[in-house]
Design a protein. Structure first.
Length: 257
């Protein structure tokens, strides 16, 4: 009798382990699918995620290989790429209408700010997001974002160690790389109704675009003066006409920033 009970107990433990693993792999695949499906619908650019690894028992997780593409007309291969994104969530909230994420940390992402001195790729993605969701405003003509069954709460959102690649197409595609200050957001979706994935994306992208534009301004000025460019080409002197165009363009680009 004791042997039978022992075997039944072992079988029960095995079934529980298999159930946890099944849910684990299902969630990983579902998160990846949602990111790669809803992301392009909202931003009108490609969104790829290499791997998702969520630990249900501890509530920790890691997303690997996030790549956000560039809008049509921009030549850089991507707008944002992050090899590693760590997160911590409240496991029990997965059973409720609002998922509580304690922290998200994008570690050392690569951000590209491509501009012709009249507009830039990050602003275009943000405009696409606003167009897809009505800019967060409820109007009769406003399009609706893709349906999201779950709302979100993100207590702490941190972007650290980011590098900003500034590409100026009106200067022949010359580029420079500068450090991007850390971005730290708190208490997103803290209200009972939470926020949608689109609202979270908009808030983060607004902060990222504003920070990138500010950091890019000095780099663009340096590039326009013939500073040393990244790459194999030697520095080139910008003509007076080109300098006038760049100076005027910088003023227009950062007006109101």
């Amino acid at each position: 009798m004791r042997k039978i009970l022992t075997r039944l107990l072992l079988l029960l433990i095995l079934l529980v382990v298999l159930a946890v693993l099944a849910v684990h792999f299902f969630l990983d695949g579902e998160v990846k699918r949602l990111v790669e499906t809803i992301g392009p619908q909202l931003t009108k650019v490609s969104v790829k995620l290499e791997r998702v690894n969520l630990m249900l028992l501890s509530g920790s997780g890691k997303l690997t290989g996030l790549v956000v593409g560039n809008p049509d007309g921009y030549k850089s291969p991507s707008a944002i790429s992050s090899h590693s994104i760590s997160l911590s969530l409240q496991p029990s909230s997965l059973l409720h209408d609002k998922i509580v994420i304690r922290s998200i940390n994008l570690q050392s992402p690569e951000v590209t700010f491509e501009t012709d001195l009249t507009q830039n790729n990050l602003s275009k993605i943000l405009a696409n997001l606003d167009e897809a969701t009505g800019g967060g405003k409820e109007t009769k003509e406003a399009p609706k974002e893709p349906a999201a069954k779950k709302k979100l709460e993100v207590d702490d959102f941190l972007i650290t160690g980011a590098k900003l690649h500034v590409v100026v197409t009106s200067l022949g595609g010359k580029s420079a790389t500068v450090a991007l200050p850390d971005i730290h957001l708190k208490d997103l979706g803290k209200s009972p109704e939470g926020i949608t994935p689109a609202e979270l994306s908009r808030t983060v992208l607004q902060q990222l675009e504003a920070s990138a534009a500010k950091a890019a301004e000095g780099a663009i000025v340096d590039l326009s003066k013939g500073a040393v460019y990244l790459g194999n080409e030697a520095s080139k002197v910008v003509t007076t006409n080109a300098m006038d165009k760049v100076t005027k363009g910088i003023g227009n680009l950062f007006k109101g920033k």
